[in-house]
Design a protein around this ligand. Structure first.
Ligand code: ADP
Length: 414
């Protein structure tokens, strides 16, 4: 099945064209025909595409809204120049959408019909910066391909719907949960699921046997405690702001700080929330950048104190979460690193693992140094009782596979 995967944001849409089916899933032979993104939708949009040859190509087009962007994209995919080999729209057989918030309604990926659309709309209140754009992506795909082409919503929150009550409730008055659905939802679910599945595949373990802590460390960062294939706790909460230190997000803070910062800095609560989301984390601490690559360089070559501090606080927070999830799981088989930082920064992985020797984790320095740029494998010594792995996440692949499964009703593992 040829699946178009879409991740629609405010002025961007990321896309992939993936060929998948039960045999391909079983053999790990899904084919990626094309991937890329369209940015600055609303004016002179910039389109970056990468074909099967791995080469990035840029172009521009006047795209006034999401509908015209997806219309352009579908035209491009079926043009010989794209190199996909697809020549008509009818060859795009299904569309899989990343949808950020599925609230409590959506525990799994769902075929989009009127009821599902209503469900996504009902959750706009919980994710005002994301769900409306995801809805526009769905509308645009329907306009470009017709309502006969099945579309599937894959929710960022769905994987965490297995969290037990004691993990998802905040210790605030219970009626707030009942009245307003205030609780921890968790995000990055597709990524944690993808990492956990790949880990099982690489280690040949059964779903029921696996206890792992997965770490998605990218611009956004989150940790997840997974037992028998299910998320039992995760670090992001009601919004993606909670938990680990991120590129620009503070992660865990004392809630009383909102009012205090507002009073001291003469800001509204909305402005303080924006400060915690966009001016904090690695960027706020270092005063330089949210980019871990640059921070590592500054710390190494310029001995920049605040860059070093930012990295240290980042790693310390991750280690704290790993420790608490080891307690939650009653011990684990492995800590699994993923995301731009997790997949590419041996130094950061080493700093996180440094304090975990008590738990039986000893890094193999050479393996750790080797595991960058998309390589996957074990990075702990054979004697480690708690292993460490690097397993690149592939959310788009999981969205494509889920789309295939939901559309055909065939249950293929993975
Ligand atoms: P997103 O969460 O937006 O998908 P990514 O998963 O691509 O982001 O992660 C982006 C982060 O990964 C940035 O902080 C970037 O600096 C970091 N990163 C990417 N490559 C490297 C590298 N070689 N060394 C250290 N950090 C890296």
């Amino acid at each position: 099945m040829n699946v178009l995967v879409l991740n629609a944001g405010s002025a961007t849409v990321k896309f992939q064209v993936v060929v998948t089916d039960a045999d391909r899933i079983a053999a790990d032979q899904d084919a990626k025909l094309l991937r890329g993104q369209i940015e600055r939708i609303g004016g002179e949009a910039v389109i970056t595409v990468r074909g099967a040859d791995g080469v990035n190509r840029k172009r521009t087009a006047q795209l006034r809204d999401m509908r015209s962007a997806v219309e352009w994209l579908v035209g491009f995919i079926t043009d010989p120049e794209s190199g996909t080999g697809l020549s008509s729209r009818a060859e795009l057989q299904a569309v899989g959408h990343r949808v950020v918030h599925g609230g409590e309604q959506f525990r799994r990926s769902s075929l989009i019909d009127e009821a599902v659309l209503r469900g996504i709309e009902e959750n706009v209140e919980l994710a005002p910066l994301h769900n409306p754009h995801n809805l526009r992506g769905i509308d645009a795909a329907r306009a470009a391909l017709g309502s006969g082409v099945p579309q599937v919503a894959v929710f960022d929150t769905a994987f965490h719907q297995t969290l037990p009550e004691h993990a998802y409730l905040y210790a605030i008055p219970y009626p707030l949960y009942r009245r307003h659905k205030i609780r921890r939802y968790g995000f990055h679910g597709t990524s944690h699921r993808s990492i956990a599945y790949r880990f099982r595949k690489l280690t040949g373990r059964e779903r029921a046997d696996v206890r792992i802590v997965t770490l998605h460390l990218g611009n956004g960062c989150s940790a997840c405690a997974i037992r028998a294939g299910e998320s039992i706790d995760t670090s992001m909460g009601f919004t993606p702001l909670e938990g680990l230190v991120m590129g620009t997000r503070a992660g865990d803070i004392d809630a009383a700080l909102l009012d205090y910062i507002a009073a001291k800095e003469g800001l509204s609560l909305t402005q303080v929330e924006a400060l915690l989301n966009t001016q904090s984390g690695l960027l706020g601490l270092s005063g330089l950048t949210n980019d871990m690559r640059d921070l590592l360089l500054e710390a190494r070559e310029m001995q920049d104190r605040r860059a070093r501090l930012a990295i240290e606080i980042f790693c310390y927070r991750v280690r704290k979460y790993v420790g608490s999830y080891l307690a939650v799981l009653g011990g684990a088989d492995a800590v699994v690193f993923a995301g731009g930082i997790g997949e590419n920064a041996p130094e950061v992985r080493a700093r996180i693992a440094e304090g975990l020797a008590w738990a039986g984790l000893h890094l193999d320095e050479a393996a750790n140094a080797r595991m960058v740029g998309g390589h996957e494998g074990c990075i702990s010594t054979p004697a480690s009782t708690l292993q460490a792995w690097v397993v690149p996440t592939d959310e788009e692949l999981l969205i494509a596979r889920d789309t295939y499964r939901v559309v055909t009703g065939i249950t293929a593992p993975g």
